[in-house]
Design a protein. Structure first.
Length: 268
């Protein structure tokens, strides 16, 4: 794999921690394998993806911290198209022409925008906890805008994102990571999601697509997953029983298995 000039020294044969275009990212399973790019949700980071997915054997996995998130520089953005543009700049910086893109929630909106505006760079899509539009509860927008009410917004996100069966330690970890985000970044992410709507363009996406949704997802309910599958020409939907919006954390092994099965069908 050609590493960008700004990349750090490799720490093993299969694990890199570089920075390119001010984007911090991890690379697993380097080489000539099918490249897969993971894009996290609002206020998240590359650690929003469990190890079962980040280290999925047989594929070259890139997990990104979007601008202003995790260890990446910048302030974050307030539009999905701006995030899509910076991902395209990152692709060019690392010398990656095409990839399969996997996105969760806000990340899935970025993936859809990439497929619509830069289709030649997208080999396939995985949309997790997704929809063609992502309206945000006004309480989240208002509370995330103020430092004094920020924690209330975090509490609501965590409360609404998991099924009742989810172990408390997973909820606690997600709450801790969200609380570490800058309020301005999470607020900007909510604004970006709230204005995202490609309902009238979704039929233009022709790449192979896998739509994954938890059966108990309150943030992007199952009906949204079926809408995507019905309107994307080359899509199929997979509903994970008993999981919520954070399905990839709640049922990481099942989601990883679904991804591997889908990736095997992508010509490369």
């Amino acid at each position: 794999m050609k590493m960008p000039p700004s990349a750090s020294v490799s720490v093993s044969n299969t694990f890199y921690m570089p920075i390119a275009n001010s984007i911090y990212y991890l690379v697993y399973q380097t080489g000539e394998k099918l490249p897969v790019v993971l894009l996290h949700s609002a206020g998240g980071s590359l650690l929003s993806w469990p190890a079962e997915i980040r280290r999925l054997a047989g594929y070259r996995i890139y997990a990104l911290d979007l601008p202003g998130h995790g260890k990446s520089g910048g302030q974050g953005y307030q539009s999905i198209s701006s995030y899509a543009d910076v991902v395209m700049e990152w692709l060019d910086a690392v010398g990656l022409s095409r990839a399969v893109f996997v996105g969760h929630s806000m990340g899935s909106a970025i993936v859809q925008m990439l497929a619509l505006d830069h289709p030649g760079h997208v080999l396939g899509l995985v949309l997790i906890g997704s929809a063609a539009s992502l309206p945000v509860n006004p309480m989240l927008i208002n509370e995330s805008a103020n430092q004094t009410t920020f924690n209330k917004a975090v509490e609501k996100v965590v409360s609404w994102s998991f099924s009742p069966q989810t172990p408390q330690n997973i909820k606690t970890l997600v709450a801790k990571r969200l609380a570490e985000a800058r309020p301005s970044v999470l607020h900007g992410d909510f604004l970006a999601c709230d204005t995202f709507n490609v309902t009238n363009r979704i039929h233009e996406i022709h790449q192979p697509t896998l739509v994954i949704c938890g059966s108990q997802d309150k943030m992007t309910p199952v009906r949204n997953a079926y809408f995507l599958a019905d309107n994307l020409p080359a899509a199929r939907v997979e509903i994970i029983p008993g999981a919520g919006h954070m399905v990839m954390l709640e049922r990481s092994q099942e989601v990883a298995a679904s991804l591997a099965q889908f990736f095997r069908q992508i010509p490369y």
